[in-house]
Write a protein that binds this ligand. Sequence first.
Ligand code: AHR
Length: 505
Amino acid sequence: MPHTARFTVDPDFVIGEVDPRLYGTFVEHMGRCVYTGIYDPAHPTADAAGFRGDVAELVRELGTPLVRYPGGNFVSGYHWEDGVGPVADRPRRLDLAWRSVETNHVGTNEFLTWARGLDLEPMMAVNLGTRGIDAARALVEYCNHPGGTAWSDLRIKHGVAEPHAVKLWCLGNEMDGPWQTGHKTAVEYGRLAAEAGKAMHQVDPSIELVACGSSNSGMPTFGTWEREVLEQAYDEVDYLSLHAYYEEFDGDRASFLASGAQMDAYISDLVSTADHVRAVKRAKKRIWLSFDEWNVWYAQRFPGERNLETAEAPRLIEDTYSLTDAVVVGSLLITLLRHADRVAVACLAQLVNVIAPIRTEPGGASWRQTIFHPFALTARHARGRVLRTTARAPLVDTARHGEVAALDHVVTYDEESGGLTVLAVNRDPREPLLLEASLRGLPDGYRVVEHLLLSDDDHDAANTAAEPDRVVPRPVSGTSVAGGVLTAWLPPVSWSVVRLVRGAG
Ligand code: AHR
């Protein structure tokens, strides 16, 4: 008997609408994300502003609608004023977060102009590490005020007549982390976030604010930090941030493939924490979650900030991703979608070179890492409503997460077109899985438009500059609907997107 996983699709059972901001990414002044990543004036495809055309094309193809900037740990020591005005006058600074030399050749105006050119919504972070209320409200005024004040007129003098109209702002970054420049206790940070947020709202009442949650769910203050921060800042903020990076430990592939189980529990825990504070405060407003850093990161290989050589745009955490990593990334996206009722924003960290879906060589090639593919296909096809489906599936025993279902999946339904998208991962390291999805909640006549599969006999296969298309999604034949049941084969360690529509082809 084949291992079989079954679920039923009914468009009446809805978790929530897919917010396209779930497909956000992240550009930090770290390593080669900005310099020789998105920006490389010497590159043959560079535009007049020095931004790479080949990377811009890949960013478009990735389908991300939102980019967080400029950090990350970098923002906690950043003077945004260093990055505006004539480039020749900008200072070279020692960046304490990554022990790098920051030339400030790219700053707020260059980044925001680049982002707008690609239709990317910016998500800006303010420095609440070494700085505070005054620098934060000045940056909002510089970016968003139309004119007639010192900071807005300075922007106009710098050649940007129209306000940037940045709507989404992060109040610092990972302020619970002892490594963070200007690290604070929850109460210290919560008070500062509330007061900085208040001043930023006084400049522009239309902006939305993200308070820092824990740097990861393993922090000793996890849970308490979020409660104490929200006790201070609840009224001023709209979102609470979550960060998580996953990697394989000691060859334990089964646990790594089941990383989504940890992300799932993390999100549920913070929904409970935010709603606890809401109850105590008798607040009407609900806090949404912003999972604004997530990815696979082989952090065990990182020597730590203190051990870095000081250099301009050094090669930092340029992880090369395997087929297995791509399957995990696809599964983490599935987890985020299943929480569409509370997670509104999510950012794959980062966009280029630094733990990124896009890699480049300075002045040279650019290519898609394996993780590019599940991200781009999910961003393109998982739209509309996320449906509530419960699978009956064989279990995989994992050391870190206990027993998890071999099938990880989510279904989205586009009400206008009637189109269905099924995203499915077989997390079993060895056994293939037969997927049977009953469409009994839908009218007759659904058919499979395509089944794209990311799978490889070599689970460690990767894309490189020399072999950029070693791992790509491939169409599968034989996936079909018969008698109202969708049937598809899922090889071990694989990610699939199956798209269905109603009517003749
Ligand atoms: O994305 C890399 C780093 O990871 C970010 O700067 C920081 O916020 C996180 O710890």
